[in-house]
Design a protein around this ligand. Sequence first.
Ligand SMILES: C[S@@+](CC[C@H](N)C(=O)[O-])C[C@H]1O[C@@H](n2cnc3c(N)ncnc32)[C@H](O)[C@@H]1O
Length: 314
Amino acid sequence: MTKDEIEKEVERLSPWYHAIALPFGITTQPLWDIRPVWDNIRSARSKIDYVGKKVLDIAAFDGMWSFEAEDLGAELVISTDCNWIALQHFLMCKQARNSKAIPFYNVPPHDLYNRLDSYLKGRDCKWAPSCDVGGGDTRFDVVHHLGLFYHLVDPVQSLLQARSVMREGGSLLFETAYSMSDKNQSHMVFNGRNDDGTYRIYPDTTTWWAPTLKCIEEILLACLFKPVFHCEITGDTCGRTCFVAEAIPFSEKHHGSEILNSFRTPGYSNRSDLAAANLAIAFDTWRAADKMLGQQKAYEGFKYDSEGILSLLK
Ligand SMILES: C[S@@+](CC[C@H](N)C(=O)[O-])C[C@H]1O[C@@H](n2cnc3c(N)ncnc32)[C@H](O)[C@@H]1O
């Protein structure tokens, strides 16, 4: 694209959420100045090596974090969201930057495993030349879950889903609003209204929860993520925090058996595919999940006798 074309498109598509660096020194101008939040994310992100990595950017919006992941050396970037206007922004920047990032903009964060199947299980994928046993590992090395948790009715489910598409040892970059109410307590504040009519967290109806820092650490562990670093900025009632957390293996002590009970998750009864996602977490092997779906007897080979797993396979 020429300088003139880029300038016209940036203008036509405004307002923007992100400040995206484009050729010819052009940068999209964000509607809100939230640079302190972004600086906080970049501080945490500096702990992660992106070179050669497969990156998933959940709730990518205009795509700033996806494009920056490419700039940091990521080999593959997949960007998800549920916002078709943001998709136009993303596509324009992708073209202007000659980016290879791949948008999947009809993928909700509570259904990543299923909705990314054309990538995760695709035969046309470089990392999985064949879906047969022995194919490559398509799971992500780095997952961004930024500015999203507090927008979700069921944010824990989205973290479980993020874990289900990651390899063990991978890095989660996780950013959210957090409640500063009592740092020794573990709870989530609901974004209801105070007696004076003000919202407890943010004055908008797309915000549901603000967890305390202790609560975030506990939820991450319950979703098989070990926090390794975090940094905060404070606010009036809410601050913003950014964690780096490592994807760790399944263990009974991490709500393990309950993770396997996906038939108890509202809206997911009898979903064998979701069960498979959770099994992928449990065994931390992609082939295990594929075998489970394809050949039910494969479980006999696993040295694991949890009633939870066996009941899923009956
Ligand atoms: C505050 S923006 C964060 C954008 C980007 N991740 C960042 O940190 O700069 C929230 C993003 O989450 C998406 N989002 C908000 N609520 C959502 C929901 N309930 N389900 C799925 N996506 C949602 C929006 O489309 C938007 O891209």
